[in-house]
Design a protein around this ligand. Structure first.
Ligand SMILES: *Cc1c(COP(=O)(O)O)cnc(C)c1O
Length: 523
């Protein structure tokens, strides 16, 4: 089993350039407790398996001619080998449980263990979407109660709980806008999106069939209200605005923006990914927002990264609620929240739903975690989350602006994230070099080259769950690499020096990923 893997590395042989600065290559390719791990296909055996099953008894063949007539070709490992394989792989990940995760716009906060404990209770953890309703009343109550608090925190009218991520929620909100426009026979075809928007915003609008047009930013990093007003007209279906925006700044003109858009007959979509900075302080409903997704996996601490699972409920205004997809959760005049499904849509007069976003109710495990988080924080605790998140970001901003260019620093405090640029770096050094050097310092890099309105952007979001000591160490590390970047330190160009892998060809990895394993013996 010494076949080279996709990257050309052979199990049991030292890796070229592997950790080259810290000593001679080892025979195993391991570096102290940092272990190399081949692919399952390279270490598993097709002929063996970790389980011992009895031969099936003779009986009628019920496969209707679809039985497999060749071996499936999956590698088998014993249980300890399997456990080690996945444990070793997990150690190659950076995680919020390992250290500060400064990825701006992503709100990588601590996932309280209480949430995990509640989500694992069998009554929540083991429910199946096809169980009879009478056996899942408690789970449905969790969805309703979470919906109630989301409506309360946002000051909105109804909420579609089923979308499975922020981007999925965006699509849900834009489809509500389209349904509302179609219902009044209005064929508007343009969605306006600020220059600083997250890439999912224009992608969503385009996916829903709209033409996307940019709205410029002011030199202070906010939406240019006058430019927006000038563009509004009978062809504009709506705007998608992030507040606080992706420069980490509050949009003080939000109400004026909403009023102008409504007056021109359009709708306001708010990207609520940054809700953490204002939760318990600002209700988007009061700012005239018609639809907003909430990333439970950001604001309400449910785990994320590595592809999910996320959860992106969409809160809707009174104008858009009638079009919300099923299952839908709306507040009736008596203030009670009801879960509306196909069976009771007539009873709740929710007959104009544009359809469904998913087969079932959404991410139950995330609902349970988010509700546990809300209830354990309480109203005062959620407010403090926003205050501490903003305080921590400003601490980072003010501690580093003497060494890193902070383009919007002079215009006042930031919200939940601090934005820096690469201005003043030594010849040939870039944001990428600095980010790679942060890996050597033991940190996941911050968000890079986003938002696009700032050259070589670095977006740092510490979140409220970091202590002052943790922030101080991070600031010290970032200050050190920033000073090296300014001094033109050439060694930054080859960082990381201490990671199991050095600089990879990231373009090649993104454009031509090797996703299939080909058995070298068959080549
Ligand atoms: C994270 C994020 C999104 C997308 O959310 P996903 O859950 O990753 O799909 C959209 N907009 C902004 C500003 C975000 O930070």
């Amino acid at each position: 089993m010494n076949a080279p893997n996709a990257s050309g590395w052979k199990p049991g042989t030292p890796v070229e350039g592997h950790n080259a600065m810290s000593g001679p290559d080892t025979a195993t390719g391991n570096r102290a407790l940092m272990l190399e791990e081949p692919l399952l296909f390279e270490i598993g055996h097709i002929e063996t398996t970790g389980v011992d099953l009895p031969e099936p008894k003779d009986g009628p063949n019920r496969l209707g001619g679809f039985e497999r007539n060749e071996p499936i070709g999956l590698p088998g490992l014993s249980e300890p080998e399997t456990v080690r394989h996945y444990t070793r792989l997990s150690r190659q990940n950076y995680a919020i449980d390992l250290g500060l995760f400064p990825l701006g716009s992503c709100t990588m906060k601590h996932n309280p263990r209480l949430n995990e404990k509640i989500a694992r209770m069998p009554g929540f953890g083991d429910v199946h979407p096809l169980q009879p309703v009478d056996t899942v009343r408690g789970a449905l109550e969790v969805i309703n109660e979470l919906a109630f608090w989301l409506l309360d925190l946002t000051g909105m009218h109804g909420v579609a709980m089923s979308p499975k991520a922020g981007a999925h929620g965006e699509l849900c909100g834009i489809l509500c806008i389209r349904a509302a426009l179609e219902a009044r026979g209005d064929a508007r075809e343009v969605i306006l999106v600020p220059e600083s928007a997250h890439g999912t915003n224009p992608a969503t609008a385009a996916f829903a069939g709209y033409k996307v047009e940019d709205i410029p930013a002011t030199p202070e990093g906010r939406v240019d209200l006058e430019a927006l007003k000038a563009r509004l007209g009978p062809d504009v279906a709506g705007v998608m605005i992030t507040n606080p925006n992706t420069c980490g700044l509050f949009e003080p003109d939000m109400k004026a923006i909403s009023d102008a858009v409504h007056e021109a007959g359009g709708f306001v979509y708010c990207d609520g990914a940054n809700f953490n900075a204002i939760v318990g302080k600002v209700r988007p409903g009061d700012l005239g927002v018609d639809a907003m997704h909430i990333n439970l996996h950001k604001t309400f601490s449910t785990p994320h990264g590595g592809g999910g699972p996320g959860s992106g409920p969409v809160v809707l205004s009174e104008a858009l609620s009638p079009y919300g997809p099923l299952p839908f959760t709306a507040r009736t005049a008596d203030g009670v929240v009801h879960l509306v499904e196909e069976e009771n849509a007539d009873e709740f007069e929710h007959t104009k739903a544009f359809g469904r976003m998913t087969a079932f109710h959404g991410q139950m495990g995330m609902f349970t975690r988010a509700l546990a988080y809300m209830l354990s924080h309480g109203a005062d605790g959620l407010k403090q989350v926003a205050e501490d998140a903003v305080l921590n970001a400003n601490y980072v901003l003010r501690s580093l602006e003497d060494v890193l260019d902070a383009p919007f620093g002079p215009s006042g405090p930031c919200m939940h994230e601090a934005l820096f640029s690469d201005k003043g770096f030594g010849e040939g050094l870039s944001t990428l070099d600095l980010a790679k050097a942060m890996i050597d310092e033991g940190y996941h890099p911050m968000t890079m080259y986003f938002p696009l309105v700032v050259h070589g952007a670095m977006l740092v979001e510490p979140t409220e769950t970091e202590s002052k000591a943790a922030l101080d160490q991070f600031i010290m590390a970032l200050r050190s690499v920033a000073e090296r970047a300014k001094a033109g330190d050439e060694t930054l160009k080859t960082a990381p020096h201490y990671a199991p892998r050095r600089r990879l060809d990231e373009t090649q990895a993104a454009r031509k990923p090797v996703l299939a394993w080909n058995d070298p013996a068959m080549a």
